[in-house]
Design a protein around this ligand. Structure first.
Ligand SMILES: Cc1cc2nc3c(=O)[nH]c(=O)nc-3n(C[C@H](O)[C@H](O)[C@H](O)COP(=O)(O)O)c2cc1C
Ligand SMILES: CC(C)CC(=O)C(=O)O
Length: 354
């Protein structure tokens, strides 16, 4: 029975090639961070207030001009056609129906233009691995802009590709025949959408981010800043937002859970730009915990791919509806009546019991 986000993984595994299921589920190396993301949410305890008339729960906040139905985004994930033949088209339609922003992966198996055509008018952002050749990065930005993307999410935690040992054991190194990274087609001579065309470059520096900001009028968010000093540097350089993420435990293993890093990042940023968070969000209570600790919204990664594999567009729609119900339920049970109630006071701290 599909009662919650975790149930979708079980259902999806019955339909997916086990090699592809491992690609989705896996993390880097010992998968310590992968497990820690969910474990850290589970360690936090909520402390509700009562008798406060919670008939009007706070709506989602406005993010770069978009006011969503709930404070949730679809984090960028590669290769949706491994989960469903419609791939990112199906995901985009489900996101549009739920009123949530889809962050389209640079490694999508449907081009960003075709994704836009599948869900016209829906809010979407584009995720970018900056390429060492500025011309290729600019061409990708042009494709995303033409497809109506309203922000760029630049992934900065990948100077090298994460070491997923499940993939190595399974010999899964690229898309199967017939599938391509469609955003990359015709960008580099002789390469036609192979995964290796997406270069994870150790050469990247803050100057690449400055140059990217000069080349676009879209808001630029950084995905994968974990250190408070880097968060301060991002603000200093005029970055528009942060997506606090450890790539779902797929890059550097043994980094802390994002929810444990959030208070330090929120302190460093001090409200000057929005901070979003992803990694291990599986429950409405996880969303409430992240908002209470300073996130403007949260992203979900794997549950989208599991739901897509389970039931295509309808699967993702239903999964998002379950999450929406859980968030609503958690807000009411916490006694939250407005955004001002979503503070760290919602969290139980054993030493401050009186
Ligand atoms: C199968 C898969 C593919 C991913 N592809 C990308 C990607 O193309 N670009 C990116 O920045 N992050 C990518 N991520 C990381 C997600 O954006 C996100 O940070 C992570 O999945 C969040 O954790 P969660 O899966 O626990 O919700 C991917 C994650 C998974 C599981
Ligand atoms: C290898 C990338 C194209 C996708 C990614 O970021 C990931 O699988 O974590």
């Amino acid at each position: 029975m599909l009662l919650n986000l975790r149930d979708y993984e079980t259902a999806a595994r019955e339909k997916l090639d086990p090699v592809h299921a491992d690609f989705i589920a896996g993390g880097a190396r010992d998968e310590i961070t992968l497990r820690e993301n969910e474990a850290a949410f589970a360690r936090l305890r909520l402390l509700p207030r009562v008798l406060r008339d919670t008939t009007r729960r706070p709506p989602a906040r406005t993010l770069f001009g978009h006011r969503g139905g709930m404070p949730v985004l679809l984090s960028p994930t590669a290769f949706h056609k491994l989960a469903d033949p419609e791939g990112e088209r199906a995901t985009a339609r489900a996101a549009a129906a739920a009123g949530v922003i889809m962050i389209v992966s640079m490694a999508a198996t449907v081009s960003v233009g075709d994704i836009a055509a599948a869900a016209p008018g829906a809010p979407r952002w584009f995720q970018l691995y900056p390429q060492p050749e500025p011309g290729i990065t600019e061409a990708l930005v042009a494709r995303a802009t033409a497809a109506g993307c309203s922000a760029l999410v630049v992934t900065v935690d990948s100077p090298v590709r994460g070491a997923g040992e499940r993939n190595r054991r399974n010999g899964f190194h690229d898309l199967p025949p017939g599938l391509r990274c469609e955003n990359m087609v015709d960008l580099r001579a002789g390469e036609h959408g192979r995964l290796r065309q997406i270069v994870m470059s150790p050469e990247l520096t803050w100057e690449h981010i400055d140059r990217l900001r000069e080349a676009t009028s879209l808001p630029v968010l950084l995905k994968g800043v974990l250190h408070p000093d880097d968060a301060r540097e991002a603000v200093r350089r005029g970055v528009d937002g942060l997506l606090l993420s450890n790539h779902g435990g797929r890059q550097l293993d043994t980094v802390p859970a994002t929810i444990d890093l959030l208070p330090g990042i929120a302190d460093a940023v001090a409200g000057r730009i929005p901070v979003l968070l992803d990694g291990g969000v599986r429950r409405g209570t996880d969303v409430v915990k992240a908002l209470a600790l300073g996130a403007s919204a949260v992203g979900i990664g794997r549950p989208v791919l599991w739901a897509l594999a389970e039931g295509g567009e309808q699967g993702v729609r239903r999964m998002l509806e379950l999450l929406r119900e859980e968030i609503d339920d958690a807000l009411a049970l916490c006694g939250v009546t407005g955004p001002d109630d979503l503070t760290p006071a919602v969290l139980f701290r054993p030493r401050e019991r009186s």
